[in-house]
Design a protein around this ligand. Structure first.
Ligand code: BES
Ligand code: MN
Ligand code: ZN
Length: 510
């Protein structure tokens, strides 16, 4: 898709269709809609006065404009409801753009002008949000379909913000493209069947982004994982014929050699279970096919690193992805086995299906060994989080309230919701073992919290937050602004988090 910008009048945009945001209960006898109405020969007014379109979020009306030669150059107009004007910000622009391109692609439109209308806001932010939303909106999970596949494409997109600074618009488009493509990169990995996304293949994908965008990479194979003493990680990999991999990606700002003493060093750590059968504690077969997405946390880390390598923030970032299958076999770990984590802690494995926390324990410890002072881990960790929060909010827990608040705010700005669950020390009692230091499950109560309490045992001495994306990483239904399937949740929030942290670091450094 070719992406352009225009700071001229919407009516002059040389496209087949214009998509325009319309606020809830917006008037047509003044302001922007009055102009739009005039350019469309009164069509806008008739649609809104008859309440065919009230401006509620996700609503659309598709209009055929007269080919009069006057008014707008475009011959089609899509009105897209975006809700309350007072709540309309970057996150809503992104959803507007997604809904617009999906609706127009369905009508086989090839060239689209997006009119997000946030004339007073930062033009770079608005154009970035529009482009990111459009790219995310066009993703389809039908890669392996040969019939009834979505073959239609939008060839040209023009972001129209009247009177905006052209340079800011272009900067925004570049950022939006990077962010949108990185979110879709994560979604594509998450969508792959287990047979096509083994730990080895995932590590190859990591190597590819490192080569393409310039990141340092180190992939630890089974022998090196053994040398590091990662008994918790290895206990999960035992049952599989596929060798485990530990991916380590490093982003360093230009000209920087190493992280200085006392400097904050953020590591993103993501669960990369390329298929979770449950192991010997095998899962029921119903819906087990979905467990191909149990590597989404890891894919999220790779997506963020892919974006960061291009956006080049001024702070160093580490990405760590432990990856393995969780399979039953004659070699698999058995319930009751005791394993020794990299830190020396002993773990009684009560349930081999609580494997995510086992691989994260060693990955978090390894991030610390590499110098991380701050860790955000992300994982499709517990079914319990969907019971608690559904597919609306990602669960967030941790030991550093400032960090948690900052992630929540970063999410709010991009339209991703996080809801904090408590992590009082009392919950740790539930994972005390009779024969080892801790056990890997804490009973039926507070499943998402006890899983986090387990990881906390390996995150001492650092600032730490944990995202449980099991409920939000997969959409069972399509939305106006995106397809069903992998959502790429948290990629945008974390990119925004890093950009916000960069601005803060710049402020304090002078
Ligand atoms: N990958 C699953 C969590 C999951 C379940 C993600 C459903 C998405 C949808 C995880 O490894 C797991 O199996 N967790 C168990 C933990 C239990 C054994 C304590 C769970 O949530 O049932
Ligand atoms: Mn499991
Ligand atoms: Zn799992």
């Amino acid at each position: 898709m070719n992406i352009d910008t225009s700071s001229g009048r919407f009516a002059d945009a040389d496209v087949q269709a214009l998509a325009v945001a319309v606020f809830k209960d917006e008037r047509t006898d003044e302001g922007f809609l009055k102009d739009l109405d005039a350019a469309t020969g009164g069509l806008v007014r008739s649609v809104i006065e008859t309440e065919e379109l009230k401006g509620k979020e996700g609503e659309t009306a598709y209009l055929h404009l007269a080919a009069s030669g006057e008014g707008a150059k475009a011959k089609r107009l899509l009105l897209v409801g975006v809700g309350e004007r007072a709540d309309y910000r970057a996150a809503q622009v992104s959803q507007f753009a997604g809904a617009a391109v999906r609706a127009l692609r369905a009508r086989n439109v090839k060239t689209v002008g997006l009119v997000p209308r946030l004339a007073d806001a930062d033009a770079a932010l608005v154009s970035s949000s529009a482009v990111e939303g459009a790219i995310i909106g066009l993703f389809e999970p039908d890669k392996y379909r040969t019939i009834d596949k979505e073959e239609r494409t939008i060839e040209r997109l023009v972001v129209v913000i009247e009177g905006a600074d052209d340079e800011a618009l272009r900067r925004g488009v570049e950022r939006g493209r990077v962010v949108g493509e990185s979110v879709n990169f994560t979604r594509d990995l998450a969508n792959e069947p287990g047979a096509y996304m083994t730990p080895t293949i995932m590590a190859e994908r990591a190597q590819e982004i490192a080569n393409e965008f310039g990141l340092e990479i180190d992939v630890l194979d089974q022998a090196r994982i053994e040398e590091e003493g990662m008994g918790a990680f290895l206990s999960v990999a035992r049952g599989s014929d596929q060798p485990p991999k530990l991916m380590v990606l490093k982003y360093m700002p230009d000209g920087k050699k190493s992280v200085e003493d006392g400097e904050n060093y953020l590591a993103l750590v993501g669960k990369g279970i390329t298929f979770d059968t449950g192991g010997i504690s095998i899962k029921p077969s119903e819906n087990m096919e979905l467990m191909k997405y149990d590597m989404t946390g890891g894919a999220t880390v790779l997506g963020v690193m892919r974006a960061i390598a291009q956006l080049k923030p001024p702070i160093p970032i580490l990405g760590v992805v432990p990856s393995t299958e969780n399979m039953p076999s004659g070699k698999a770990t058995k319930p009751g086995d005791v394993v020794r984590a990299m830190t020396g802690k002993t773990i009684e494995v009560i349930n081999t299906d609580a494997e995510g926390r086992l691989i994260l324990a060693d990955a978090v410890a390894y991030a610390k060994k590499l110098g991380a002072t701050q860790v955000i881990d992300m994982a499709t960790l517990t079914g319990a989080v969907s019971i608690a929060l559904g597919d609306v909010n990602t669960g967030i827990l941790g030991t550093d309230q400032k960090l948690i608040d900052e992630v929540i705010e970063s999410g709010r700005e991009v339209g991703e919701k996080f809801w904090q669950l408590p992590l009082d020390k009392e919950y740790t009692k539930q994972i005390k073992s009779d024969i080892a230091d801790i056990k890997n499950v804490g009973g039926r109560k507070a499943g998402t919290i006890t899983a986090a309490a387990f990881i906390k045992e390996f995150a001492d001495g650092i600032s730490w937050a944990h995202l449980d994306i099991a409920g939000t990483a997969w959409g069972d239904e399509a939305k106006p602004s995106r397809s069903k399937g992998p959502t790429g949740v948290a990629v945008r929030s974390l990119i925004n988090f890093i950009e916000r942290a960069s601005r803060k670091a710049a402020e304090t450094n002078g």
